[in-house]
Design a protein around this ligand. Structure first.
Ligand code: N01
Length: 902
């Protein structure tokens, strides 16, 4: 291989580097000859990039080579789970069932390997002993080990004895090792002492097993167990299933592909596949528009029945759009499946044990079965609930339970799962720059950029790595996407005469955060699942797959490339001093994920911009939107009234916090006078209702939200005059409102924050009243509308710069905008003002003027706490109950403000 010079090496050689001239032995080393490894080999070959693959097994197939247990099938329909890169395969291969069995899928993979002559690039019966990055030559040195004798496990789990291998130097190193290929170590005492037959589902004997006449125990009730149990029960004399956590399973209804599916696929294969690539799970589906709680019980039941009959892992949890977000919605689907279990299983006690109750449905991978629950109606099948009767140890003859019972069996089947997603990667000894071991870097959970690469390990790629959609998607689609992204990245390097690629620390940190934040807005973290690494003792508990969906993820990968490999350092290995490195540092998805989802939904609705409406229509539109928002937290009391504005009576709403009611004494609470947002044009005393409730509860203050006159009917300074009138009234009526006039504070959002800021100026100028503190949430402070944040956030984040101009134009003439009352940042004097808490949002045209105001208050000798809401937009903090990610900064602001007020 050493003498073989490819196009890619040629690009490096042309740069005149001596190290490169000797060249690596091969461009790419691929680990694994499963679905991913095979496509990678084919594509690299087509691109003129040399590659060698290493595989522990003695043939191709990956997961389909190892998982030969009875009943093993793919839980994604065969129409979806097949290669798309060779379109002729569709004519050459006919699947015999809707869900193909493992032997059929393995035959398919073998057929593809033969057809494309891929085995010639694969060294079988060989595992990777270690891999080391050399920063000087920018190559990986890989040492392999021959697996002599019995091959009974994937690369990294010690199957077979080790023999001498070889040492290969390559430029790029790709782990195509699969997400579920490293079996979990048996963590049951005595696992080695049993003298009967022992089987592990993920390493089933190639000749099959005959359980006829035998007493068999199956440990575990995940997908592998649920698929195999009915078939083992067909043969065994006695079968005992040991269950620690029950799983949700729905019937696969296997058979020929359904008419619906065929109609959707046939005759429009290319469109279908494009839909799959841009779908949320890698399978085309109609996305639900409704939440589960938006329909009545009968409609919901009918929808779930339909999903049950449909029989796909996506049908039930995809029945409504909030099943992964809202626990109450999820519970409706969970209870539906429990009712099915109770109706199928004859013995009520057994049925209850089989009913999952400790985690939301879908947060452990849903199973598809054929007669699983029915199997427990067979007289020779029994179930042990390990939660009430744990395993004490495995003995020579069977399994001893803590209850004192001993199960004597002839065979034990371990269906105990995998060290998923990271196991197969970190079990290989991989050392990156400065000798850092990947296993150490990932000790507290994987850190990747896009699940494709990891900082400090240049030129190391992962196919469907952690923090990519992988196991939450149709793997066939995700594998092809990754193989294509990786090979495109190599071609781009070649085109630009580069050969090193590595994510930056910033990009990686942001992606890890994005992945975790996304998981945190879903119910996934609530389950002790292998998605969370929770099935392996000692493994970091962190969400492993990217939960944002195949479509969003693919778009991120596309955007990274279209932005010139954003978040990557790329280099030519000939440039030892790094001077010529191409570094495009940055963050691909800086918006908080729930904000991103909300903006996507708004974009899909194609709403007209507010500034294209009349103020009347814009107000009606805002009212209609507000009606769909969550109501906000309960408070002890709400009352409405009017107060004397500068030109007549105006409305207010008073919120009594829980604490004030609980104390039920004559003691007065702090009083917060609140001014709503809406650009002096929109909104009213109750339009920020949810925020005011939260403000009251978290500060323990009485909050009084006041209306004021709006433009264009009432132009500047009408709203400012009303704000002052409201303050004077609040002081005089404080005790009546239950508030302490000596602990009076003001708060506001946006234009309302501008009013709150203004009344502080005027109270100082007039010597009274005393204002204890001011809370300014994304305030308007500067009339010029010319800060960098106006340019950066001009479009797309609800408050656009054109909408802000529309507000300003309606409220105040250009000539009057530098008035101190409006342009509080440029007021003649900023000293002597109440202590302030100023919150700014990263993606807000008003960000910089809010920050400048906090700075200016401090510069004038005052106190100002500035909280920056990273990843948030102008409206984020108001979305109480609707957006999860702004809650942290909102609470921090309330805590600080509450401290100042009290
Ligand atoms: O593994 P699992 P799996 N004592 O981790 C139990 C894919 N797959 O191999 O939940 C007692 O789901 C464990 O209990 P608990 C598919 O994505 C795909 O079945 O940890 N019990 C659990 O019940 C699937 O999700 C197909 O409390 C112990 C079981 O063992 C993934 O592979 C087919 C135990 C393990 O279930 C993994 O499925 C099969 C102990 N010490 C699998 N340790 C397809 O259709 C573990 N358990 C493509």
């Amino acid at each position: 291989m050493g003498g073989h010079v490819t196009d890619l090496q040629q690009a490096t050689i042309a740069s005149g580097d001596d190290d490169a001239r000797s060249g690596p032995d091969v461009d790419v080393v691929v680990v694994g000859a499963g679905i991913a490894g095979l496509y990678l080999l084919r594509r690299l070959r087509d691109l003129g990039i040399s590659a060698r693959a290493f595989e522990t097994a003695d043939d191709v197939g990956g997961t389909w080579y190892w998982n030969r247990y009875p009943g093993a099938r793919c839980d994604v329909e065969s129409i979806d789970y097949q290669y798309t890169w060779d379109p002729d395969l569709l004519d050459e291969w006919t699947w015999s069932e809707r869900y193909a069995t493992q032997p059929e899928i393995l035959r398919y993979v073998e057929y593809v390997a033969d057809k494309h002559d891929l085995r010639r690039d694969i060294t079988f019966r060989t595992r990777i002993a270690d891999a080391r990055w050399d920063d000087t030559s920018s190559t990986w040195t890989i040492r392999t080990e021959r697996v002599d004798g019995q091959v009974d496990g994937p690369a990294d789990d010690g199957g077979g004895a080790a023999g001498t291998g070889e040492t290969i130097r390559c430029r790029w190193y790709v782990m195509a090792t699969g997400c579920l290929s490293a079996p979990k170590d048996p963590d049951i005492e005595g696992a080695g002492v049993f003298t009967g037959e022992v089987y592990v589902t993920g390493r089933w004997p190639h000749d099959g097993v005959d359980f006829t006449g035998k007493r068999v125990a199956v440990i575990g009730t995940g997908s592998s167990a649920i698929q195999s149990i009915p078939l083992i029960a067909d043969e065994a004399d006695e079968l005992v299933v040991l269950q620690r956590t029950p799983n949700f399973s729905i019937p696969a209804h296997n058979g020929p592909p359904t008419a619906d599916k065929v109609a959707r696929f046939d005759g429009r294969v290319d469109e279908y596949r494009e839909e799959a690539r841009w779908s949320s799970a890698g399978v085309p589906r109609d996305m639900p528009e409704l939440g589960a709680l938006q329909v009545d019980d009968a409609a919901r039941r009918a929808r779930y029945e339909q999903a049950w009959e449909e029989g796909t892992i996506f049908s039930l949890t995809g029945a409504y759009n909030d099943l992964f977000l809202n626990p109450a919605a999820n519970e409706t689907a969970a209870e539906f499946v429990r009712s099915k279990i109770r109706s199928i299983v004859d013995d009520p006690a057994t049925a209850e044990v089989l009913c999952p109750t400790t985690y939301p449905i879908g947060t452990k991978r849903l199973c598809l079965d054929t007669n699983y629950y029915e199997t427990f109606n067979r007289s020779h099948v029994s179930l042990v609930d390990l939660r009430s009767e744990p395993i004490e140890r495995i003995s020579e003859t069977g399994i001893d339970l803590a209850s004192g019972r001993s199960l004597t069996v002839d065979a034990i089947v371990f269906a105990t799962g995998f060290d998923a997603m990271t196991g197969a990667i970190v079990r290989v000894d991989i050392e990156g720059r400065d000798g850092v071991a990947l296993a150490d870097k990932w000790a507290d959970g994987p850190q990747t950029y896009l699940g494709l690469m990891t900082h400090g390990f240049p030129n190391l790629f992962m196919v469907t790595g952690p923090q990519s959609p992988s196991v939450l998607s149709n793997m066939a689609v995700s594998i092809e996407q990754h193989v294509e992204w990786i090979t495109d990245a190599l071609v781009a390097l070649r085109d630009e005469r580069l050969d090193v690629i590595e994510p930056t620390e910033l990009a990686e940190r942001a992606w890890v955060r994005h992945t975790n934040d996304f998981a945190d807005i879903t119910l996934f973290p609530q389950a002790n699942s292998w998605y969370m690494g929770a099935n392996v003792p000692g493994k970091a508990r962190v969400v492993l797959p990217y939960v944002g969906g195949v479509d969003r993820y693919r778009q991120a990968c596309v955007d990274v490339v279209e932005s010139g490999y954003l978040g990557f350092r790329r280099a030519n290995s000939a440039n030892g001093d790094r001077a010529g490195d191409v570094v495009n540092d940055g963050i691909i998805r800086p918006l908080a994920p729930d904000v991103m989802v909300m903006l996507d939904m708004m974009a899909e609705l194609g709403l007209p911009p507010l500034e294209s409406m009349t103020p009347t229509d814009a107000r009606a539109f805002m009212e209609a939107s507000a009606a769909m928002s969550p109501p906000g937290p309960e408070v002890a009391d709400i009352s409405d009234g009017t107060y004397p504005g500068a030109a007549g009576e105006l409305a207010y709403r008073r919120y009594v916090p829980h604490d004030a009611a609980a104390s039920a004494t004559d003691a007065l609470s702090p009083l917060i006078l609140y001014f709503h947002g809406g650009g002096w044009v929109l909104g009213h005393a109750t339009s920020d209702d949810a925020f005011c409730r939260d403000l009251a509860n978290r500060t323990g203050a009485i909050v009084v939200s006041v209306d004021y006159r709006h433009a264009p009917e009432h132009r500047f300074p009408a709203a400012h005059d009303d704000a002052w009138a409201a303050l004077e009234w609040a002081v005089s009526a404080a005790q009546e409102l239950g508030g302490d006039p000596d602990r009076l504070a003001v708060a506001g959002w946006s234009a309302g924050a501008n009013l709150a800021g203004h009344v502080c100026h005027r109270a100082r100028d007039e010597g009274a009243p005393h204002i204890a503190a001011q809370l300014l949430v994304t305030p308007v402070t500067d009339h010029r509308m010319a800060t960098p944040s106006y340019g950066e956030n001009a479009d797309g984040y609800v408050l656009t710069s054109s909408l802000m101009r529309w507000f300003m134009d309606h409220y105040v003439d250009g000539a009057r905008r530098d008035d101190d009352r409006l342009s509080i940042l440029h007021a003649h004097d900023l000293s002597g003002l109440p202590p302030a808490v100023v919150v700014t949002a990263e993606f807000d045209p008003l960000r910089d003027e809010g920050a400048a105001y906090a700075d200016a208050l401090r510069a004038a000798g005052g106190s100002a706490t500035h909280l920056r809401a990273g990843g948030q937009i102008h409206t984020s903090l108001m979305a109480v109950g609707a957006l999860a990610t702004p809650a942290e900064v909102r609470e921090a602001a309330f805590v600080e403000f509450g401290r100042l007020v009290d």
